[in-house]
Design a protein around this ligand. Structure first.
Ligand code: ATP
Ligand code: MG
Length: 586
């Protein structure tokens, strides 16, 4: 099915969007102008993310505005104003200072979404130490590996997580000097300390030291979808991208309630679960609980969320749950819905229209890019299945790699190639930790080669084809798994699909789909044949899957990405490789 574009008109706007004239905004753009919309540290002492996110609001009328609304698992609600957040992050910065932890040193976190995590993140940035969040459901090995590779000096965690996942491996981590436990009142020994005690003893005043915009601020490990996770280094200047995308993509307005559902263990949970909304002085909602379709809808309603940033996997789970959203919940406050992390099937975009009353806006970026690079915008037409257009200030292109480390820019529309970004945007990663060669190999001349394949249409919309590693070569065709998955998703029985190429001597690779069914459908030979026929009719026999297997759940990363490499390894009986980010139940 060809999905018609979703047009927007001023009459459909609930609030005038920040970005209306895309061409003009791109033409007038300069990063210097964005910098002028921010504060900078007093007396020209540089640029610090935490100052832009918190202190500049706390210094003015924003002081009593709620910065963080925290929803506990058990129904507790805690509000922290910008003034509170300033004081708490100052305290945390003073704790680090007292412990002798300084510039560039790594402060890791390993916890659920508890308020202390947010104080620690912002306090670490204030101290110009480097914040590195880990996902709390990791097992001991992946945690130890990351702490080791990231040169962790401090770890902020909880007693249970420490005991269960870290303490046994402490001896292999000689650089890890302090463990700050968020839920004990008394220190356990000279290195395992009570964070509440330290915070209470610390001053709520802190002067952020001079911060060079190029000072290292964040260390994020990638999702490990395609292999061993890499540690991407980001600097304070990244806040320009966080702010700008908050303005143009998330379309934040004063008074907004914003909810990003990503965990801080992933880059989305930091760039958009902490920094971007705060740079706009809005209220950032944090839910401690994990996904639950009913709870999430209730949260959207009760918390009167205006802008919601989530992921395709959550949207697909909501689709699977069969909840009649608009009949059951009042979602009238919701103005804009965004999704990131994986391709968003057109089916999901239109599900949003029917069930949320709003289309879902897809956007694309990576751990390496530090912020959203390609997006659909509130005021502009959506083409379902497209990631949208580059953020003003970002130059994206389709390129072809040539021999001798050269590339050729693709000028024609609708041609497939490597998605590349012209270097120089503020949140570009500045390195892969301890892997310079790999970092260098990502660049050719002025271009960063993303590792994803895409095409651009005549109007400048980008369409995701697949990760370079996942592309299937079958009978001389290049097939992107997303195209095949999106078509199967249109079948009423299908909840989720992962598509791989399976080596086959005659045709190179054979397209194989793994299908998870909606709960009301049962796997049967009849249904398998029906799906094969359904796909063949829509895709043609060259591209349609030749094999379909039913599977209860697809293997996914903990950030919700389908791990096609694992489907393939299992299919072929090959080693599974690094599975540190695999969801436990898989
Ligand atoms: P690793 O690099 O360790 O294999 P990863 O690439 O999944 O893991 P992330 O940086 O979290 O780690 O994910 C970025 C990737 O996610 C992108 O390169 C792209 O492949 C995919 N992605 C993100 N957003 C979108 C989107 N809107 N459409 C399609 N793909 C997307
Ligand atoms: Mg990647």
């Amino acid at each position: 099915m060809d999905w018609p574009p979703i047009k927007k008109s001023p009459s459909s706007w609930r609030l005038q969007p920040n970005l209306i004239d895309y061409q003009q905004t791109c033409a007038d753009f300069s990063w210097d102008k964005v910098r002028q919309e921010l504060d900078g540290l007093p007396d020209g002492r540089g640029l610090n993310i935490a100052h832009e996110a918190v202190d500049r609001h706390a210094a003015g009328a924003g002081q009593s505005q709620v910065a963080l609304r925290w929803l506990g698992k058990d129904g507790q609600v805690k509000d922290f104003t910008y003034g509170d957040l300033k004081a708490q992050s100052n305290r945390f910065a003073n704790v680090l200072k007292t412990l002798g932890v300084g510039k560039g040193e790594r402060v890791f976190s390993l916890s659920g979404r508890i308020p202390e995590l947010y104080f620690a993140a912002l306090g670490t940035l204030k101290n110009i130490s480097v914040f590195c969040p880990l996902f709390s459901a990791f097992g001991p090995e992946p945690i130890a590996q990351r702490l080791e590779r990231g040169d962790a000096r401090v770890l902020v965690t909880t007693e249970r997580l420490y005991r269960k996942k870290v303490s046994a491996l402490r001896s292999s981590l000689p650089k890890l000097q302090y463990i700050l436990l968020a839920d004990i009142d008394q220190d356990q020994d000279a290195s395992v300390l009570s964070l509440p005690r330290l915070l209470a003893a610390a001053s709520a005043e802190f002067t952020i030291p001079p911060t060079d915009p190029e000072d290292m601020a964040l260390l994020h490990f990638t999702s490990g979808t395609t292999g061993k996770p890499k540690g991407a280094v980001h600097v304070h200047n990244a806040v320009l991208t966080h702010y700008l995308t908050g303005k143009y993509v998330l379309d934040l307005h004063p008074g907004d309630i914003f909810w990003c559902t990503a965990d801080c263990g992933w880059v989305t949970g930091t760039s958009y679960g902490i920094i971007a909304p705060l740079t706009h002085g809005v209220t950032n909602l944090v839910d401690e609980a994990d996904f639950d379709a009913e709870r999430w809808c209730r949260t959207l309603e009760e918390q009167q969320v205006n802008v919601w940033y989530t992921a395709p996997t959550a949207i697909r789970m909501m689709m699977r749950s069969g909840l009649k959203l608009r009949e059951k919940f009042d979602l009238s406050r919701l103005r804009l819905v965004h999704s990131v992390g994986e391709p968003l099937n057109p089916e999901a975009v239109s599900w949003g229209q029917e069930n949320l009353g709003l289309p879902i806006h897809d956007n694309w970026w990576q751990t390496e890019t530090g912020g959203i690079m390609i997006a659909n915008y509130a005021a502009l037409e959506i083409r379902p299945g497209s990631m949208g257009r580059p953020l003003p200030g970002i130059e994206a292109a389709i390129v072809h790699r040539l021999a001798e480390g050269k590339i050729e820019l693709e000028e024609q529309a609708d041609c497939e190639g490597d998605l590349a970004l012209r270097v120089g945007w503020p949140s570009m990663f500045r390195g892969y930790l301890h892997d310079d060669e790999r970092y260098r190999n990502c660049f050719v001349g002025d271009w960063y080669i993303t590792g994803d394949l895409a095409q651009r249409d005549a109007d400048g919309y980008f369409w995701f084809i697949g990760r370079a590693d996942d592309i299937i070569k079958t009978s001389g065709h290049m097939v992107g798994p997303f195209e095949v998955e999106s078509v199967l998703m249109e079948h009423p029985a299908v909840a989720e699909v992962g598509v791989i190429g399976k080596p086959e001597p005659l045709i190179g690779e054979l397209v194989k789909a793994f299908v998870a069914l909606k709960p009301e459908f049962e796997a049967s030979e009849e249904l398998r044949l029906e799906l094969l026929g359904f796909a063949r009719k829509k895709l043609g026999s060259a591209v349609a899957p030749k094999e379909i297997a039913f599977i209860d759940n697809l293997p996914k990363t903990r950030s919700g990405k389908i791990m096609r490499r694992l489907l393939k390894a299992r299919e072929l009986g090959l080693p599974e490789g690094d599975i540190s980010t695999l969801e436990q139940s898989q």
